[in-house]
Structures are given as structure tokens and as C-alpha cells.
Design a protein around this ligand. Structure first.
Ligand SMILES: [Cu+2]
Length: 147
């Protein structure tokens, strides 16, 4: 293989990585309440903005501090608040998905491996269909915080 060909291939690989790190997705806010002693799971709330010209999809969520992280939605069924997992949530071009406590979407961490301590930051990794992997830090607020 000639050197010029190799340089071209290296450049192509680099531009591929640049696409994977598409900055179109912006997580402007990530927060959770501190956990109570022995609490096995916790809800995390994110604000996900898609600045891009095309829709994107949230495919996976993970964190080293919990056994699993899932996107949940809450809804009232027969006067009972129920949560269920949602996969492949789409975020349309130029829209923002804002998660807030009490309704709609949240990220559910189950099997917490450590307590969520007020003032700390906890890593969360999101994988999008187009934007690829996006790492954020979850800000831990006081247990009693009212949002
Ligand atoms: Cu949940």
C-alpha cells in the first residue's frame, strides 16, 4: 500500500469519528435527588436538546454506579401512577426533551451500587442513533429538593 493511500484512509477514519461525536445533541441539565439510606433505585432527569436538522434517537443509557439505567415514562392508569420502560425515544430536529419530576420521562437507575450524595456528580453515558455516545455528569441535589 502506498503511503498516500494510507494517509487518505487514516483521514477517512478520523472524519468518521468526528461524525460519531456529532455535537447536535446537547444535554444542558442532568440532576437527581440524593438517595436515602438503603434506597435501591433512583430517578434522574435530563434536558436533551437536539440542535440538529434531523431527528435523533436515544438508544441506550448506562452508568457505572447502577446495575441498569432505563428510560421510563410515568402515566396515570386507573388512578395509579405507573412506570414503564420506553425504548428508542425519538427527539425531533430542533426540539428539546425536558424531563421533570412528577410526570413524563425520567431515567431510572436500578441496583444502585453507591449512595447518591448531595453535592457530588455522577457519570451517565447516553448513546444516540446519530450523535453517538454522549457523556454527562448528574448533579446530585439534596434529598428534600422541591423542583
Ligand atoms: Cu421509573
Amino acid at each position: 500500500m502506498r503511503l498516500t493511500t494510507m494517509i487518505f484512509l487514516a483521514a477517512a477514519a478520523l472524519s468518521g469519528n468526528a461524525l460519531a461525536a456529532d455535537p447536535a445533541i446537547d444535554i444542558s441539565r442532568a440532576f437527581a435527588r440524593a438517595s436515602a439510606p438503603g434506597q435501591p433505585s433512583a430517578a434522574v432527569y435530563l434536558t436533551i436538546k437536539n440542535n440538529g436538522a434531523v431527528a435523533d434517537k436515544l438508544l441506550r443509557i448506562s452508568t457505572p454506579i447502577a446495575a441498569s439505567a432505563e428510560l421510563h415514562t410515568m402515566s396515570m392508569t386507573d388512578h395509579v401512577m405507573k412506570m414503564r420502560e420506553v425504548t428508542d425515544v425519538a427527539i425531533a430536529a430542533n426540539t428539546t426533551l425536558t424531563m421533570t419530576p412528577g410526570a413524563g420521562y425520567h431515567v431510572m437507575l436500578t441496583g444502585l451500587k453507591q449512595a447518591l450524595v448531595e453535592g457530588q456528580a455522577v457519570p451517565l453515558q447516553l448513546t444516540f442513533d446519530r450523535a453517538g455516545v454522549v457523556d454527562v455528569q448528574i448533579k446530585i441535589d439534596a434529598l428534600t429538593t422541591a423542583y
